[in-house]
Design a protein around this ligand. Structure first.
Ligand code: NDP
Length: 320
């Protein structure tokens, strides 16, 4: 049998150091040919590159790889690749879907919801003052949580919250006919208002697309129950950032928990830092483990070589 030639894979990012993927790739395939680059000029002979693993790849780079067979996002989202107008649309674009990532997201969301719903900030203050002070104890079923985006992560989070006992609803683009009975489904623009009216806590788990950019806006906040809690674990650009503090000032929202921001790291002078009603975490809700990126990339490339559809291919027209 002829020896299989090890694949040549480009690790492309203008935002992070991709070195962290080298050892995990080599552990699975010691002979692999990896090219790490912030620009095409870093990648050697471009003809050889068959797959590109990307996080904010350099603009135009993917179109410059003549034999590219797979574009692999190292995350669940692909918006960081879609901003490249020259993206070769005929090449399959895949994202990571992974139970480990969903587990991290569920843990974050459970914390973010219960932290506010069980008045934990007040307990932290009273503990600092050495005061034994009880806050209202509201049963989870009396607290309505809505999740915008009932995809891989949204549905897992909705199910987890319903299992705790929260009253859960979800909103998606298309109708979901097979939702667990404990989750009330809404879909499409026509049902958005009815969905929002059920959200004491609103969680954004949408993908960032042309349709969802700026979704969390002044107009939307007015449709929530007064004093709602906003949790954004989607992408920073889902939120119209300048609309948030006015909505808190007006009492439309009482608190916001944000994990993602338009500019990351959040700049030191950003007004969100100074506002104690905004809980800030540095885009850590969940992460993809390097081993999962390696496994899915190699499997996808192999499937493409065997003329099969790779796993978790996105619809480039829909943008997710
Ligand atoms: P999916 O693609 O699996 O799900 C997307 C969901 O959003 C689907 O239910 C889809 O509807 C819905 N949707 C898309 N467009 C619209 C629209 N225009 N109107 C209404 N609903 C819409 O995404 P995932 O669950 O895997 O991930 C969600 C997002 O989570 C990611 O894109 C990323 O931004 C974020 N994320 C954040 C992380 C963090 O650490 N903060 C880590 C990982 C992901 P339908 O079902 O009808 O198609």
């Amino acid at each position: 049998m002829p020896n299989k030639v090890a694949p040549c894979i480009g690790l492309l990012s203008t935002a992070i150091n991709m070195d962290y993927l080298v050892k995990p790739f080599q552990r699975v395939m010691p002979e692999i040919d990896l090219r790490i680059g912030r620009a095409l000029a870093d990648l050697g002979n471009l003809d050889q590159i068959e797959a590109a693993v990307c996080w904010h790849p350099p603009q135009g780079a993917l179109a410059g790889l003549p034999n590219l067979r797979l574009m692999q996002s190292l995350a669940a989202g692909i918006e960081h690749m879609m901003i490249d107008s020259s993206l070769p649309r005929e090449v399959p674009l895949c994202r990571i879907v992974d139970p480990g990532m969903a587990g991290g997201m569920k843990a974050y969301v459970a914390w973010a919801v219960s932290h506010q719903q069980r008045f934990m900030p007040a307990y932290l203050s009273s503990r600092a003052e050495q005061k034994w002070l009880e806050q209202p104890i509201v049963a989870p079923r009396k607290h309505r949580v809505g999740i915008a985006g009932l995809g891989t992560l949204g549905l897992d989070c909705a199910t987890m919250l319903a299992n705790i006992g929260y009253s859960v609803s979800g909103w998606s683009r298309t109708e979901k006919l097979d939702l667990p009975s404990a989750i009330k489904g809404f879909h499409g623009a026509a049902q958005l208002g009815s969905f929002l009216a059920t959200c004491d806590t609103l969680i954004c788990l949408l993908p960032l697309t042309n349709q969802t950019k700026g979704f969390l806006s002044a107009e939307l906040f007015q449709q929530l129950p007064r004093g709602a809690h906003l949790i954004n674990v989607g992408r920073g650009d889902h939120l119209v950032e300048e609309d948030l503090i006015p909505a808190l000032d007006a009492g439309l929202l009482s608190v916001a928990t944000l994990d993602t921001f338009s500019h990351e790291p959040l700049p030191p002078q950003h007004p969100f830092w100074a506002d104690s009603r905004i809980v800030i975490t540095p885009h850590i809700a969940t992460r993809t483990e390097p081993e999962v990126i390696v496994r899915q990339t190699l499997q996808n490339l192999e499937m493409i070589k065997q003329n099969q559809v790779p796993a978790h291919q996105v619809d480039i027209k829909l943008g997710y």
